[in-house]
Design a binder for this molecule. Structure first.
Ligand code: GLC
Length: 655
């Protein structure tokens, strides 16, 4: 463990040495904006010590560390100078209100541009639709230049500065960002920084034998090291390929490829890679992106003898990116995509690291409770694992573009008498519809014959039973599926964090099996829930009996209700004892507003008795904000089939 007592002093000295040189390099432009430069320098002085220490931890042992520092400072100044004036204004606005994203008013959506509107130009026409839904956070799935054919849904980036020509241009992206901003919608994009595609200019140069670019990746002349590493690595896409290394014929070397063979892992032990990726990051920030989803964060550092996931240096790299961001583009936030064990997920969440994080545990356990009709694992896990550091929050999703993995903690399950291995098997059977009586229509994803592991694909509605019910033309089953869907949505919107709608789910989008006819994606069942078809539904809005209409309006209703309730902003979330194994309840509170939310995961009516209500502070008449019904003090609360109630003493909020 290196001691950093000398850190502040050395940080100061280095900056004093480097800054005058950088000022000389950019002298003319800096003289034109003395006041702005002064503000930049304030931020630089504030963050530099942290940045210096992070960089020293990563690269301090390298003989050219001082050169690395110089180059990085140049990068910071250059990209700050290039940052458009309106974004610098936004930086100031966000600095004055740094926790804006914790507000109950923030509601997110995520979509694939090509599937939603064909291209970026046409997306403009739908801003009113996003506003109708109430979104103010819009995540566009990866839209950069990628190899033709299979490109892992855009996650194999060939150029971070070019948009896939089928989708648009970078100018269209920054124009769209500005338009969204004018409408109060923050643009969110992916930063796919663990790997590039094998068609990226860096990998092409590596293939041509350029040693500087070969050093951008992990390449090996023979199997000696790959075999040593491989012993501890897991296969992420086992049905597609075994092992994490791919032979590159051009280089005649093995390349580290954690995901697909065309996704080459970047080598962050090379400080040049760190700096080059920082440039790509700031280029994106300067297009008007306000939140970057850090893709596959767990994998960015390798260490022999470990599974090469969640290494301490992965955190240091993100913190170093974060410190630079606070200097150059302070409005930018990071969202972590760590779909790993819950103990690891939480490690990425910190104001100095990722202020936002996907909440894979909540997602998985909502599905778990829906299948079992019991809430014990959900309740136990949320009671112990929901809290995030101050100034940070979850992004809560029910479905996204990826599969569902059962990432709960084994010991949590055992503590409740649940056998984790058997339970995961049950859940997989249930959600692929194999389990007798299952309502779900999921599709297995990445069955691993060695471990028996498998994950689940499928849309929200198909997994919740709607597809099956429609096929059976059974109106009772349809209504039951609708109630399941509304239940999960209600929790997503109220439990604390930003609710993220996977666009299409507001309509009740069903599985789309057409991917089976496309040879480039036939092996990737995640395409069953990445459908183009969904958009036909949007024109149906007038038929109030149509399921689509009902789903859409229920979603809007929930978002609107959330926005009226300060208690639903980030902050206290306390899981309560409902005294009933089918009821999951929690209290949300802010200042003197307190809301008790109780959710039933059972078909049969369920009771939370007056004693338990009283213990939660329900001592007078309360109103259920979902339907305006009054619950008189001293009465039991009875919940119907998959009902969710939001109890409050606030009387003036109507739907
Ligand atoms: C992330 C993405 C996933 C992709 C993987 C590799 O997990 O969400 O879709 O396959 O990264 O980039």
């Amino acid at each position: 463990m290196v001691e950093y007592d000398w850190g502040p002093e050395q940080a100061r000295k280095s900056l004093n040495r480097i800054l005058p040189e950088v000022e000389k390099t950019f002298a003319i432009r800096l003289q034109q904006a003395p006041y702005e430069w002064h503000k930049f320098k304030n931020r630089l002085h504030r963050e530099w010590e942290h940045l210096f220490i992070y960089l020293h931890q990563l690269y301090g042992w390298q003989y050219d560390f001082f050169y690395t520092l110089e180059r990085i400072l140049n990068t910071l100044v250059q990209y700050w100078l290039e940052r458009p004036a309106e974004l610098k204004l936004l930086d100031e606005k966000r600095e004055a209100d740094p926790y804006w994203f914790l507000s109950e008013k923030v509601v997110g959506g995520v979509l694939y541009v090509d599937l939603f509107s064909d291209n970026l130009a046409k997306l403009d026409d739908h801003i009113s639709y996003f506003k109708k839904l109430g979104l103010n956070y819009l995540h566009l799935m990866p839209l950069f230049a990628v190899p033709k054919g299979d490109n892992d849904g855009g996650y194999a980036v060939s150029d971070y500065r070019a948009i896939n020509p089928d989708i648009g241009t970078i100018e269209e992206l920054s124009k769209l960002a500005a338009e969204l901003r004018d409408e109060g919608i923050s643009l969110v994009l992916d930063f796919v920084f663990n790997h590039t595609s094998d068609e990226h200019i860096w990998s092409q140069k590596a293939k041509s034998g350029d040693p500087d670019f070969m050093a951008y990746y992990y390449t090996y002349p023979d199997r000696e090291l790959p075999d040593q590493f491989q012993k501890y690595l897991r296969d992420i896409f086992p049905t597609v390929r075994k092992g994490s290394f791919t032979w590159c014929e051009e280089m005649k070397r093995w390349v580290w490829t954690t995901f697909n063979s065309f996704q080459w892992d970047l080598n962050y032990s090379n400080s040049e890679v760190f700096r080059a990726m920082a440039e790509e990051m700031f280029f994106l920030a300067n297009q008007g992106v306000e939140v970057l989803r850090l893709d596959a964060v767990a994998f960015i550092w390798k260490r022999l003898g470990t599974n090469c996931e969640n290494q301490p240096e992965a955190h240091t790299i993100i913190r170093a990116f974060n410190a630079m961001t606070k200097i150059v583009a302070p409005c930018l936030l990071f969202k972590s995509e760590a779909i790993v064990h819950p103990d690891e997920v939480i490690q990425y969440i910190h104001p100095d690291e990722c202020q936002l994080s996907y909440n894979p545990l909540l997602m998985a356990l909502l599905w778990e409770a829906l299948a079992t009709r019991e809430v014990k694992l959900l309740e136990y896990s949320m009671r112990n694992r929901y809290r995030t550091p101050a100034g940070c929050t979850w992004v809560n999703f029910i479905r996204c573009h990826d599969d569902i993995g059962w990432t709960f903690d084994d010991q949590d399950a055992r503590n409740l008498g649940i056998d984790p291995v058997g339970h995961r098997k049950f859940l997989n059977k249930f959600y692929t519809g194999e389990y007798p009586g299952s309502f779900a229509k999921g599709v297995p994803f990445q069955f691993n014959a060695d471990t028996g592991d498998v994950r689940i694909s499928g849309t929200f509605s198909s997994l919740a039973g709607l597809e099956d019910a429609i096929e059976k033309q059974d109106s009772e089953l349809i209504e039951r599926a609708v109630r399941r869907i509304n239940l999960l949505r209600s929790i997503q919107v109220s439990i604390g964090g930003i609710p993220l709608l996977y666009i299409g789910d507001e309509w009740g989008m069903l599985n789309d099996y057409t991917y089976l006819t496309d040879p480039t994606i036939v092996n990737d069942s995640r395409w069953v829930h990445r459908s183009r078809k969904r958009w036909e539904a949007r024109e149906d809005l007038t038929d109030q009996d149509a399921l689509e209409w009902r789903f859409f309006h229920e979603m809007v209703k929930l978002f609107n209700l959330r926005k009226k309730l300060p208690a639903l902003q980030n902050g206290g979330m306390e899981v309560i004892h409902t005294g009933n194994p089918h009821l999951f309840g929690y209290i949300r509170a802010f200042n003197d507003q307190k809301i008790l939310i109780v959710n039933s995961f059972a078909e049969e009516p369920q009771k939370m008795d007056a004693t338990h209500l009283n213990a939660c502070g329900v001592k007078k008449d309360v109103i259920n904000l979902m339907n305006n019904e009054v619950l008189s003090s001293g009465s039991d609360l009875v919940l119907n089939d998959h009902q969710s109630v939001w109890l409050s003493t606030v009387w003036d909020i109507s739907l």
